[in-house]
Design a protein around this ligand. Structure first.
Ligand SMILES: [Mg+2]
Length: 267
């Protein structure tokens, strides 16, 4: 066996170093191009940079509400969204929106009649579902309401810290705080438990979706609820939400603050 292997080895070398083998172009139909490892590294780096640029552009379109309704993040942006959500980027963006909202809130002269309102959304505004989305591809998986409800029922969502800071400031300034969420009425008690555990001290109203509002677009549901507030004599001075459907539509707030969220879209 060893003899056979040696024979094959020497036959191969005698073949490729033979005159005909070297100069006969038919044996090598295309020129051999040796790529240096540095070239491959450069190409790889350029490709990575291009994906990052494309995904940054995609995220900008998400935040500016320029995209058509979308169901999942782009496959190629999984790493990008993961890095953004778990790295410094998301935190810095949250801090900025919270700080800006706080600066604005301080400039307002409240009437003192108890009718000045700040609205907060809950999910990805006060409470973070990032632990759930880490387990579900950062928005790459199609949203599964049954699985998500199981997570909500655990009542383990942590506070979004910059929002908690803003929340305390808004409370101290004397605003009425209305929580307006797309969560179902059946999650009322666990939502209260979760909010309290996460450090949200108190609020004036917690408005969830009752059966009458199931199936309605969030934009419609939230607009209706804001209109009811205005009809009741409240002045909506500030509104914080991670979805444009928290902020757009009827009876809008004087100023709205959009928190970042590149993981999902709610119309
Ligand atoms: Mg939300």
């Amino acid at each position: 066996m060893l003899f056979l292997k040696l024979l094959l080895f020497f036959s191969f070398f005698s073949f490729i170093f033979s005159h005909d083998a070297i100069f006969n172009p038919h044996l090598f139909p295309r020129p051999l191009i040796i790529q240096h490892p540095e070239d491959i590294e450069t190409q790889f780096r350029e490709l990575e940079e291009d994906i990052k640029l494309q995904c940054t552009s995609w995220r900008f379109s998400v935040e500016a509400n320029n995209l058509s309704p979308w169901k999942t993040i782009p496959q190629e942006c999984l790493g990008y969204v993961k890095d953004y959500m778990t790295g410094r980027g998301y935190k810095v963006d949250l801090e900025r929106v919270s700080n800006e909202a706080g600066v604005y809130a301080k400039t307002l002269q409240l009437s003192g009649d108890g009718k000045d309102v700040w609205i907060f959304d809950i999910d990805e505004t006060l409470l973070s579902n990032l632990p759930y989305y880490i387990e579900h591809g950062y928005g790459l998986e199609i949203f599964d309401p049954i699985e998500f409800d199981k997570w909500v029922q655990r009542g383990m969502a942590p506070a979004i810290e910059p929002s908690l800071k803003l929340y305390d400031k808004i409370l101290d300034l004397g605003f009425k705080i209305f929580l307006l969420t797309g969560r179902s009425e059946q999650h009322r008690s666990i939502t209260i438990e979760n909010l309290t555990k996460a450090g949200f001290r108190t609020w004036d109203k917690l408005i969830l979706r009752d059966t009458e509002h199931h199936g309605k677009l969030a934009t419609v549901f939230k607009s209706e609820k804001r209109s009811e507030m205005v009809e009741a004599g409240y002045r909506i001075l500030g509104n914080s939400g991670d979805q444009w459907s928290d902020l757009l539509g009827g009876a809008p707030s004087i100023r709205s603050f959009k928190l970042p969220n590149p993981m999902y879209y709610i119309p």
